[in-house]
Each structure stands twice: as C-alpha cells, then as structure tokens.
Design a protein around this ligand. Structure first.
Ligand SMILES: Nc1ncnc2c1ncn2[C@@H]1O[C@H](COP(=O)(O)OP(=O)(O)OP(=O)(O)O)[C@@H](O)[C@H]1O
Length: 266
C-alpha cells in the first residue's frame, strides 16, 4: 500500500478556474518528492488538499490508507504537517515558545511533554535562543524556522513545504537543506512544492511536473533531460544541466557527474 494516494482529483475555483484537473499519483514512505510547476500550475491548491484544508470536488486522497474526510481530518493533520510559504500566515502566538507549543497543546499533551517537544523542535531548527521573542519581530528566515519548529513539534510523519527556500539567504538556504536532510534521515516523508528547477533537481528524488492543474509527468531525474516536457510546463533546465549544453559530454556522463555534485550540495 502506498503512503499517500491521490486519485482523480479535480478542483475548480469559482466554477471556471480549473486549478486541478484529474490529478492522480502516489507517494511511498520516506520518499523525497518535489511538486514542480510554474506559477499558477496548481501546487498550492494540491497541498491544501493533502491535509483537508480544501475538500476535493471530485476524487479522493488517502493518507496511510485512510481517505481524508471531516471525521478524520484532525488525525490526518497530526500525520501530515504543512509549512506554508508565508510564515506570518501560520504564526499564532506572542512568543516563539508559545507558538511552537500551540500544536502539541491542542493534541492534549501534558505540560511536561509540550515543553520537551518545544525545546527539541527549537533546537532542531537552531533557534533555541529565540524562545521568548515576539515572533512577528523576527526576520523572514527566522519566522520560517519558527513555523517549521511548530510543525516538527507535532511530530508528523509526512511534512510538506511550500517554497521552503524562497526568501532565504545562502546560509539559511544551507540550513534548510540540513534540516531536510536530518528529517529524511529520520525516515520522514518529505514533499516540497516549488517552481525552482535548481532546488528541485538538487534536492528531490521523485518529481511531479504540473502545468495548469494537470500532472504532466511523474518521474526521476530523467524529467530534467526532457526539454519538450520542461518547455510545456513553462520550466527551464536546471543550471547543473544547462552548463553542459553545447559541449561534447554525453547525457550519461552529465547525469553521473551531477549525481556526485547533487550529493555534495544536499
Ligand atoms: N482563492 C482563489 N480563488 C480563485 N482562484 C484561485 C485561488 N487560488 C488559486 N487560484 C487560481 O488557481 C490556479 C492555481 O493556483 P495555485 O495557487 O494552486 O498555483 P501555484 O502553482 O501554487 O502558484 P504559485 O507558484 O504562484 O504559488 C491559478 O490559476 C490561480 O489563479
């Protein structure tokens, strides 16, 4: 059984904008998946379906064998956490510590357990020193870490990140890659939604290519060597592939060289 199953999902906004069009795919436990598409291709709409924020107008979503419905949506949200692109939309409390505690408290954990989860999560993203700060005064990258800590504190098996690298400086970018690596090493299933082909190619293992609400292709690295597919999706080749274009180096050698490079960059 697959861990996440999306079957024939359709979703329109205002009866006319087809945001998702017959989307079907599955994800296995522990996979590193990228939902890749240009602006407006349906990524955020899809993500919001994965934890029941949006209800399918047609089709279904199963998480760990359970079809999402109003009765189990709270349980699904403990299994699948989402870090949205704008951290300010997700911050709810007046101190960082209280914000991170919000999820575990709602899960009914006692004060000791909540405190332990808060400290562990803040430490995992490297912001233990910000525990008593007012979160809205922090920088964008710090706010992002507060939200990630809040999601980690719920200990979801699956974590979805919408544009996790957007707005981060190079050091914060590397921090984010490190956080993702630790989570993946611990066995979490990770999903990133992005339009950034470089980030996608560097980090991902399985790629879902979207265009105007349609899932054009599910594949591995091979999707990045399919120029027609990328063009159709309104995407370009990743820089690591483009630098070899026009040289005599064959695709196979580029692929092998990039495998080594990507391992180093992750
Ligand atoms: N609340 C909304 N009301 C009406 N139309 C919407 C709404 N949200 C999204 N859409 C439309 O649905 C389509 C898919 O949008 P969505 O935000 O899911 O794409 P996206 O791939 O996440 O884009 P981006 O990369 O720009 O965030 C677009 O045509 C968009 O204009």
């Amino acid at each position: 059984m697959d861990y996440i199953e999306v079957n024939n999902l359709n979703f329109n906004y205002n009866d006319d904008i087809k945001a998702l069009n017959k989307v079907s795919f599955s994800i296995k436990k522990g996979e590193k998946v990228v939902i890749l598409g240009a602006n407006g291709s349906g990524k955020s709409t899809l993500i919001q379906h994965l934890n029941g924020l949006l209800k399918p107008q047609q089709g279904s979503i199963l998480i760990d064998g359970e079809k999402i419905c109003s009765k189990n949506v709270a349980r699904v949200r403990q299994k699948l956490g989402i870090v949205f692109d704008n951290p300010e939309d997700q911050i709810v409390a007046s101190t960082v510590g209280e914000d991170v505690a919000f999820g575990p408290r709602n899960m009914g954990l006692n004060n000791g357990e909540v405190e332990e989860r808060v400290n562990k999560s803040l430490s995992a993203v490297g912001i233990s020193g910000l525990k008593d700060e007012y979160p809205f005064n922090l920088s964008f990258g710090q706010k992002k870490k507060v939200v990630i800590a809040g999601v980690l504190a719920m200990n979801p098996q699956i974590i979805v990140f919408d544009e996790p690298f957007a707005g981060l400086d190079p050091v914060s970018n590397q921090n984010m890659l490190n956080i993702l690596k630790v989570l993946n090493d611990k066995g979490h299933t990770l999903i990133i939604a992005t339009h950034d082909v470089d980030i996608a190619y560097t980090w991902g293992e399985k790629f879902l290519i979207f265009q105007e609400g349609m899932l054009l292709k599910v594949g591995g690295d091979d999707v990045f060597y399919d120029k027609r597919l990328l063009e159709h999706a309104g995407l370009t080749s990743p820089t690591l592939i483009r630098v070899f274009e026009g040289t005599d180096i064959c695709v196979k050698s580029v692929s092998v060289a990039n495998k080594i490079l990507r391992e180093r960059l992750r």
